[in-house]
Design a protein around this ligand. Structure first.
Ligand code: P6P
Length: 337
């Protein structure tokens, strides 16, 4: 049943909560705090370019306040808000080497892993960036959470999502009952339901990969991309290439329009033998979303992303994610049966 116009993200969160009789409201509160953090980051992201234009330089601005890089700002905003939210027992951030404790006395039953500003290298060129988050239930007893509470596979995620700061600011998330998108109306400062129950198109004609790594790929990966470029009308080839260079933006486009995003292993960076992208707060939350929307997410060796048991906090992984039938074809090339 299509929901009426004007549904706010808060209404959606509360309606989901009421559908679970045993819900305590903690997950709703957690998501609500993340939304507030997203709005604060969004306001700053919109000013980032202006800061450069009016010549604020160095570490202090014209008010004598410390000017933080936007990714530092995003990271600190989320950490400060969540540390005393009362909903989580531990955090992990792409920007922090170790797990982040919450304020004593404010320990909750969930854990939060996040990339505060994915694609931050694109800020200065005004390309979309985003915040990615994933939420698990704590496993440990006691007060502060521990590393094992964060190192959980994606198949036990309670919720995941992202906020994309682009031509419009959107929040896309799932609590396991489909994927829903909300667009920020800056005139009222509210996220309104704009994409109800998103389903990723099963087939597509778009592929998204950094072809600058072509000569560092495996032969099978090169063969697959070569296949996409061949002229074959029956299969809709050649496909069109779309690559923004911000994972959240490339993923979001594919979620809405269909397509496959690939970041396979390459031999360009020996220090990243398993791939460039991070498992806990990039691949895993997006894999949760794409499967909720009817898509697939695997490594370039055919392993389902959500089944991977993380061994360390900033573990990297290869990622093939998007339209189901497109990932099926990639799997045929990359994983010789
Ligand atoms: P490359 C951004 O730095 C990021 O982590 C992802 O958001 C993006 O998908 C990837 O790196 C882009 O990497 O090597 O193509 O610049």
């Amino acid at each position: 049943m299509k929901r009426p116009v004007g549904i706010t993200v808060y209404r959606q969160i509360m309606d989901s909560q009421h559908m679970h009789g045993d819900a305590t409201g903690d997950l709703s509160g957690l998501l609500t705090e993340l939304i507030v953090a997203g709005k604060i980051i969004n306001a700053e992201a919109n000013m980032a370019g202006l800061a450069d234009i009016i010549g604020i330089s160095g570490k202090t601005n014209i008010q004598g306040e410390e000017v933080q890089k936007l990714d530092e700002f995003a990271n600190n905003t989320i950490k400060r808000r969540m540390a005393r939210s009362g909903y989580i027992c531990v955090m992990a951030s792409e920007e922090d080497d170790e797990i982040i404790p919450v304020q004593e006395g404010y320990e909750g039953k969930y854990t939060l892993a996040f990339d505060p500003l994915d694609g931050s290298s694109n800020i200065d060129v005004n390309v979309s960036i985003g915040t990615i988050f994933s939420i698990h239930r704590r496993q440990s007893q006691g007060k502060q959470g521990v590393l094992q509470d964060v190192l959980q596979p994606g198949n036990s995620l309670v919720a995941a999502g992202y906020i994309i700061y682009g031509s419009s600011t959107m929040m896309v998330y799932s609590t396991g009952a489909g994927v829903h998108g909300f667009t920020l109306d800056p005139s009222v400062g509210e996220f309104f339901l704009s994409h109800e129950n998103i389903r990723i198109p099963e087939k597509s004609k778009y592929f998204s990969v950094n072809e600058g790594n072509y000569h560092y790929w495996t032969p099978e990966m090169r063969e697959y991309v070569h296949y996409l470029k061949e002229i074959d009308g029956d299969s809709g080839r050649p496909y069109s290439s779309r690559y923004i260079g911000t994972l959240v933006a490339d993923f979001h486009r594919n979620l809405i329009a269909g397509g496959v995003f690939l970041y396979p292993r390459d031999c360009r960076n020996p220090d990243k033998p398993k791939g460039k992208l991070r498992l806990l707060y990039e691949a895993s939350p997006l894999a949760f979303l794409v499967e909720q929307a009817g898509g697939r997410a695997i490594t370039d060796q055919g392993q389902r992303i959500l089944d991977i048991q993380p061994q360390e906090l900033h573990e990297r992984v290869s990622l093939i994610i998007g339209s189901k039938k497109e990932v099926d074809v990639v799997e045929q090339f990359l994983v010789r049966k």
